[in-house]
Design a binder for this molecule. Structure first.
Ligand SMILES: O=C(O)CCC(=O)C(=O)O
Length: 311
């Protein structure tokens, strides 16, 4: 779907001005978009995950632990594929009014790609360095976005999501270092071309949502405050946007249609995208990759070697 195709459908939940702002700037935030009933259910599901993490002693495919995590004092960086871990997240994505919001920015036919929960624990929750999502999971067209939901109030000191306006229409940066290692962030030599000074801070009260296009440059500061910053993240796309590399966060719901109908045709837009590492062998998390915990090589450097993310 092109932005023009999507905007030709009447709005369901957002105003036409909000939809146009999303396409113009590459992101949108809406305060208090999720009602208290859904927010309560999502918080309870999240508390269940934190409880489960007490018995986890090393990061695995689901729980990405911060240094210092313990049974007595859990400290999580991320839980991956949350829709597979608790049914409440999937119900929220497919049965709550959020479906209309997604249709307003993706068109009537919407499908699922990934889900995760980035915690940013108080007093030290790690930064997310500047990056784009498209290098991690290129698709045949750009109707791919991440929906974020803040489970708690988030102010500037908690490390809110930040997005560079209009960057979704500009360059796609290399997320590999010169030696072919996947770093998951924009290389320092290229940062001079990123308009960080213009980045919008998308904080807000609990229940606020953020939406950013997968080409938009985004990141967030560490959380040095004494309040957590749990942010649910769902990657979704128009039904006619097809991924062509392995999904780093495997899910039984991958490519499941959550609104409308499956596509009969794949829509392709032009362009040349670098191929990410082959995630089919495993993945850790963006935090682990950006903190250079382990190595991931470009496909050519990987041939015959270890699978990405496992070294
Ligand atoms: O948690 C954040 O602040 C950013 C999340 C993000 O960009 C990601 O996980 O790819």
């Amino acid at each position: 779907m092109t932005p023009e195709d999507i905007l030709s459908h009447p709005p369901k939940s957002l105003t036409q001005a909000q939809r146009e702002a999303y396409f113009e700037h590459g992101f949108l935030s809406v305060e208090r978009c999720v009602d208290d009933t859904w927010l309560g259910r999502l918080r309870e599901a999240t508390d269940r995950l934190v409880e489960r993490s007490r018995s986890v002693t090393a990061s695995d495919a689901v729980f990405d632990l911060e240094p210092g995590h313990s049974s007595a004092e859990p400290r999580l960086r991320r839980v991956s594929s949350i829709c597979d871990e608790d049914p409440v997240y999937w119900s929220f994505l497919t049965e709550s009014p959020i479906v209309g919001v997604l249709q307003d920015v993706l068109g009537p036919d919407v499908k699922f790609y990934q889900s995760k929960l980035n915690f940013k624990w108080p007093k030290g929750g790690a930064e997310v360095k500047w990056h784009q999502d498209v290098p991690f999971f290129p698709h045949t067209n750009d109707a791919v976005l991440t929906l974020g939901i803040y489970l708690e109030d988030v102010g500037a000191e908690q490390g809110p999501l930040m997005v560079v306006p209009r960057s979704h229409r500009e360059e796609i940066f290399d997320h590999y270092a010169e030696d072919g290692t996947w770093t998951g962030d924009i290389q320092s030599a290229d940062m001079g071309r990123v308009r960080i000074g213009e980045a919008a801070e998308l904080g807000g009260p609990a229940g606020s949502i953020t939406i950013h296009n997968y080409r938009a440059v985004h990141g967030s500061r560490p959380n040095l405050s004494d309040r957590g910053r749990p942010l649910l993240l769902f990657v979704v796309s128009a039904a006619d946007a097809m991924p062509y590399t392995a999904n780093a966060l495997k899910s039984r719901y991958e490519q499941t249609v959550i609104a409308g109908s499956p596509a009969r045709h794949a829509h392709h837009t032009g362009g040349t995208y670098l191929i990410p590492p082959d995630w089919s062998g495993g993945y850790t998390s963006i935090f682990a990759l950006q903190q250079r915990e382990g190595t991931n090589k470009a496909p050519s450097a990987q041939a015959g070697g270890e699978p990405a993310g496992m070294s």
